[in-house]
Ligand binder design. Structure first.
Ligand code: G3H
Length: 487
């Protein structure tokens, strides 16, 4: 509610994935401690957001488009002042390399600026009148109410802001739960929210979902759930809302995106793009390639090239030059990846690259696992880490069947230089996923492109333009045309 809440005594320790030697061996470095929001404080934050919205009559939802744009421009100005600090925090807190952390910050600023421009376009569109059957209507874009915005550690800034910013600029008020890892990177920006927007417009929380988010959802006062994470958590949160039919959900969820490398592929292109797709930020992207199908005829050559390219990746600390493999923020991830690799080995696969799967403390060297089949966990589970399962196949119906039977449908990457084959695969996959990539890795960006998914992968659509529509409703002002008002 525009004020810092006095510290209640509860703290959460924030550890870096970067480890330091201690008496007990290598341990994650303690970066700092932050106040943990209590359930009572969370409900006060909710009340502040509800009061600031005031059934659509509050200062923020009734502010002119120019006024809202002005506040957002002020926010961007204040945000840019914190650029160096936020980038350093992203490296320390989630292990993002310097180029990736810089890209995350800059692309988020670009996203906000693009959103500002898009709102101007949308406003021009709204100022148009539509006339039919003797009635003339002005279509306005109106806010929806209180938005609860939450996201994951992998893009703590970019992903959360791709829901929070459009929701805010459309006149909604916000409850913003900071991510578990990547929370410190937000701290330098919290004051910018406080300075740029009216009191109660953006309310920030940090803590355990079960303690602070559950009561918020149970209150029934949240109008929009904007969540990026797993479908399991999203479904659990939706169920807590007493009137789920009144809740709009904008969700970006599970994905195990496949690459399909056919015998007609340029294998050098396929290897380069598969490595980018599977191992950028250690594979911790919802858009990452998490399963690679390769046609039998070229499987030996492809895996040899993949092996060589993965083995050449430089491990190290986020700020070191040319580093591609960095420590993992989730403490349980190395053990989980080991379990998946061991399961595949027990069922007949091998780690084919030297040092593949080698792990020390928070660090795991990427593993290429081959040949993977349907019996293995790596075929089905979203590993969200540096493991590349490779599945040999004969006919293209095999990867198509994988997608048909999958519970998710976000992206696919097709590698082939045969136009007829590509056309056939596009036709099959365009109705199974929400983005088909040809001879290139899977990715969300550019952020102006629509971002969605099928089945358990998404609900609603994000992107600069789509998000403005997702976080608002078209509200008509209609009047009958009469002799006296027809001009
Ligand atoms: O985890 C999902 C991120 O939004 C990925 O974005 O694929 O453009 O790097 P990106």
């Amino acid at each position: 509610n525009g004020a810092l809440v006095p510290w209640n005594g509860a703290v959460a320790n924030i550890y870096s994935p970067v480890c330091i030697p201690t008496e007990k061996g290598l341990e994650r470095k303690l970066l700092g401690s932050i106040p943990d929001t209590t359930a009572k404080e969370a409900m006060e934050a909710l009340d502040a957001a509800v009061a600031a919205y005031d059934n659509g009559l509050g200062e923020w939802p009734t502010m002119s488009v120019e006024g809202r744009l002005h506040c957002m421009q002020r926010f961007v100005y204040l945000m840019i002042q914190q650029r160096e600090l936020v980038i350093r925090l992203l490296m320390w807190e989630i292990g993002k390399t310097l180029p990736d952390a810089t890209k995350e910050f800059d692309r988020t600023v670009d996203y906000i600026n693009d959103t500002i421009d898009a709102l101007k376009d949308l406003d021009r569109e709204s100022s148009r009148f539509q006339q039919a059957e003797g009635t003339i209507a002005q279509i306005r874009r109106a806010p929806l109410g209180v938005v609860l915005s939450m996201g994951p550690f992998n893009y703590p800034l970019n992903e959360i802001f791709t829901t929070l910013i459009p929701a805010l600029i459309m006149g909604n008020t916000i409850l913003f739960k900071l991510p578990k890892h990547g929370v410190l990177a937000h701290y330098p920006l919290l004051n910018a929210f406080k300075e740029a927007f009216p009191k109660g417009t953006v309310n920030t929380l940090y803590g355990k979902g079960s303690e602070i988010v559950s009561p918020i959802m149970e209150s029934g006062k949240v109008n929009v759930l904007a969540f990026i994470g797993s479908s399991k958590v999203a479904n659990g949160l939706k169920k807590l809302h007493p009137k789920v039919n009144r809740l709009r959900a904008i969700l970006s969820l599970d994905a195990k995106n496949a690459a399909i490398v056919t015998k007609h592929a340029n294998l050098d292109v396929a290897v380069n793009e598969c490595i980018l797709g599977a191992l950028s930020f250690n594979g911790q992207r919802c858009t990452a390639l998490k399963l690679i199908f390769v046609q039998h005829e070229v499987a030996a050559e492809f895996t040899a090239k993949l092996n060589a390219a993965v083995s050449a990746l430089k491990p190290g600390l986020p700020w070191e030059k040319d580093v591609k493999v960095t420590p993992l923020p989730e403490p349980t991830k190395p053990a989980y990846l080991r379990e998946c690799i061991d399961d595949a080995i027990a069922k007949g696969a091998q780690v084919i690259n030297e040092n593949g799967g080698y792990s020390e403390a928070s660090f795991v060297f990427p593993a290429v696992v081959y040949p993977v089949n349907e019996q293995m966990r790596l075929y089905h589970e979203e590993q969200f880490g540096p493991v590349i399962p490779v599945v040999p196949f004969d006919g293209i119906e095999e990867p198509i069947n994988y997608q048909v039977n999958a519970s998710h449908g976000m992206q696919v990457s097709i590698f082939s230089e045969d136009p007829m084959e590509v056309a056939k695969l596009i036709d099959a996959f365009v109705n199974l996923v929400s983005r088909v990539n040809i001879n290139c890795q899977a990715q969300r960006g550019p952020d102006v492109f629509p971002f969605t998914g099928r089945k358990d992968s998404a609900e609603g659509t994000l992107s600069v333009f789509d998000a403005l529509r997702s976080f608002s409703i078209r509200s008509l002002v209609a009047t009958k045309v009469t002799e006296s008002n027809k001009h």
